[in-house]
Design a protein. Structure first.
Lengths: 240, 160
């Protein structure tokens, strides 16, 4: 009952929170002292990056680990890993696009080859590589195993991406939320709007993941049904 | 009705060699992936993981740097910006050191006093504190503060 209700409410709640984020971000929060109205990208870009790097990539890696562990190995884990990685690829591309849109008026360039941007681009290549790897194998078990191993190896880049702004000199700013001393560097309504956006985009991920998962289940069912139909047709061909 | 003279042949046949083909495809995908990552790294990080040098670092290795092109980071010193038709000149501070920057090209819209910037260019000589830049990039901080944090409402409802 609760599960059904939460599944039904996931979409509407996500849409309401996204609308709230845009309302707060565009009309309620003040301009920034330095960036002026450019600060409104603060309610989009970090949330998209949060979903891309940690929530969706993390979900894919955890599901991949659970697939490789014999006790929890199942087609469900493989599907979750695949669907989450697909969402991650979309969000990683959006991270780079929104970052670029923000970078042009603030930094003065669309792109800089610093450690943060380059490691994020590499993560997108890894996500696309994962999806390509899945298409390269026809055997479901081999495909699931190889892609799970690949996802775990690719995950090494996530902490590199996260800590790149602390480890090296980057044009990209340092951490805004997860600062070393735990102090938030965003003030007042800008801070809680940022948190609303993080929550809204996290829910958006789970909504997209659920929709993509259901699509994958339907695709598998259709494939199985078409296989049964083909076999039945072959058997009928033998009947005169 | 089943044809008893010509029954359906259900003898197992050899499966197509999907594994071998899959293996080669996997190798192909991984090869493309490695090349793509190397291409990105060669653009970004293979020569230096650091995007810029701080003024302290640059001044301490000024003789070694000579007139080599690199990126230098510092904060724009107030009241020193001189905008020209070709670009801008200003003093940049970092640590306890200062460098005079003469930059060509239009500065980014956020370029102003007290803001951290990264300039790309070179020192005019191995002993000089003058830097000729071809590009100014603004390195904004992670701090976000409202434009009017101290505004108060007057009794008549207007905002001061």
């Amino acid at each position: 009952m609760i599960k059904q209700l939460s599944q039904r409410l996931l979409g509407p709640v996500t849409l309401v929170l996204l609308a709230l984020t845009f309302w707060l971000g565009l009309w309620v929060t003040p301009p920034d002292r330095v960036q002026g109205n450019l600060v409104r990208l603060l309610y989009v870009h970090p949330a998209i990056a949060w979903v891309a790097l940690y929530v969706s990539f993390g979900t894919s890696v955890i599901a991949s680990c659970l697939y490789l562990w014999k006790r929890t190995r199942s087609v469900v884990m493989d599907r979750v890993a695949y669907c989450a990685m697909e969402v991650s690829a979309v969000f990683l591309a959006l991270t780079l696009i929104t970052g670029s849109i923000w970078g042009r008026p603030t930094w003065g360039v669309w792109w800089a080859w610093d450690a943060r941007l380059t490691s994020t681009a590499i993560l997108l290549v890894f996500a696309l590589g994962y999806l390509a790897l899945r298409r390269a194998n026809d055997d479901p078990e081999v495909r699931a195993r190889r892609s799970a191993v690949f996802a775990i190896i690719a995950a090494i880049n996530v902490p590199i991406d996260h800590f790149s702004v602390d480890w090296w000199h980057t044009l990209h700013q340092g951490a805004t939320v997860f600062t070393e001393n735990g102090n938030f560097l965003v003030h007042g309504s800008m801070l809680w709007t940022l948190f609303v956006s993080l929550f809204a985009f996290t829910l958006l991920f789970f909504w997209l993941l659920r929709a993509r998962y259901r699509l994958e289940v339907q695709r598998d069912a259709r494939y199985a049904a078409s296989l049964d139909e083909a076999l039945a047709q072959r058997r009928r061909e033998g009947v005169h | 009705m089943p044809d008893t003279e010509d029954p359906l042949d259900l003898t197992p046949v050899a499966a197509p060699p999907t594994k071998r083909r899959g293996r080669w495809r996997t190798v192909g995908v991984l090869s493309v992936l490695v090349l793509a990552v190397l291409a990105l790294l060669s653009q970004g990080l293979l020569h230096s993981l650091n995007y810029f040098e701080t003024i302290d670092q640059a001044m301490s290795s000024r003789a070694k740097l000579g007139t080599e092109t690199f990126r230098l980071e510092g904060v724009v010193k107030p009241h020193t910006i001189d905008r020209t038709s070709r670009g801008a000149s200003f003093w940049m501070t970092g640590g306890n050191q200062e460098v005079f920057v003469n930059a060509t090209g239009s500065p980014p819209q956020l370029f102003q006093a007290n803001i951290p910037v990264v300039v790309e260019g070179h020192f005019t000589s191995a002993t000089s504190d003058r830097f000729v830049a071809t590009q100014i990039l603004v390195k904004h901080t992670a701090t976000y503060i409202a434009q009017h944090p101290n505004r108060v409402k007057a009794p008549n409802g207007t905002v001061r």
